[in-house]
Write a protein that binds this ligand. Structure first.
Ligand SMILES: [Zn+2]
Length: 240
């Protein structure tokens, strides 16, 4: 029997439901993809929706999971196959408070080519810390590409290391943050930066932010994530 833990704060549950709708509204997730947040009262647990398209998630759909990927309160509810992404990253990275896994389209080419995803503008300064790459084939041979067990989740977390984003070859990407707002911000601007970088590469040689510029921009943006969140939240709520 799992240990009893306090119920998650209702405002965090509501915020996570909203994060799902924001990521859909901003084109990061579609019918697939998911976002989680670490439990406010127990670092060894996280909150994640039951198996549902993100745009449809309401606070009542949010479940509590332990880091092994077991849902504490799912009786007969279906859960996401790839929940191990979240549990194993929270286990490996005590600093991480939120995780977004998506198949956001503009990022995909950078996972299947040698082209390195790098910051082309200040809003994606966090990419200056470098993106990790995960090649599932070297870990598990030929698969359906999904992170469907703890071992694969652990391998993905190892590939991520201390970085903010890991590209998953032929599949998608996973972004982490020290808050839900920051993880959502990063997922949205990773997608935008990837699109702009592909466009810039077609025009010619690209001047990227250097390491110092990227770090300075990222620090500035980290102080602004509440502002973008407020805008995205209103848009997502208006469309609900
Ligand atoms: Zn996936």
């Amino acid at each position: 029997m799992p240990d009893a833990i306090p119920a998650a704060a209702p405002d965090l549950v509501a915020k996570l439901a909203l994060a799902n709708r924001i990521l859909y509204d901003q084109g990061v997730v579609d019918g697939f993809g998911h976002v989680s947040v670490r439990h406010n009262a127990s670092p060894a647990h996280f909150l994640l929706s039951r198996n549902l398209a993100p745009a449809l998630v309401t606070p009542g759909d949010i479940l509590t999971f332990d880091l092994d990927g077991n849902a504490l309160d799912a009786t007969a509810q279906r859960v996401y196959l790839e929940r191990f992404i979240h549990g194993e990253i929270y286990r490996a990275r005590p600093d991480v408070q939120a995780v977004v896994h998506s198949h956001s389209p503009s990022v995909i080419p950078f996972g299947v080519t040698a082209e390195v995803l790098r910051p082309v503008y200040h809003l994606a300064g966090f990419l200056g810390a470098g993106c990790a790459r995960f090649e599932i084939r070297t870990v598990a041979g030929d698969t359906d590409l999904l992170i469907r067990d703890r071992a694969l989740g652990r391998a993905l977390a190892e590939a991520l290391g201390e970085r903010p984003l890991v590209l998953m070859r032929g599949h998608g990407s996973t972004v982490v943050g020290t808050s839900l707002e920051q993880a959502v911000y990063r997922a949205i601007y990773a997608e935008t930066n990837a699109r702009l970088q592909a466009q810039a590469l077609q025009l010619g040689a690209v001047t990227y932010l250097n390491e110092t510029e990227a770090a300075l921009a990222a620090a500035t943006n980290d102080g602004q994530v509440v502002r973008t969140w407020a805008l995205w939240a209103r848009r997502a709520s208006d469309r609900a």
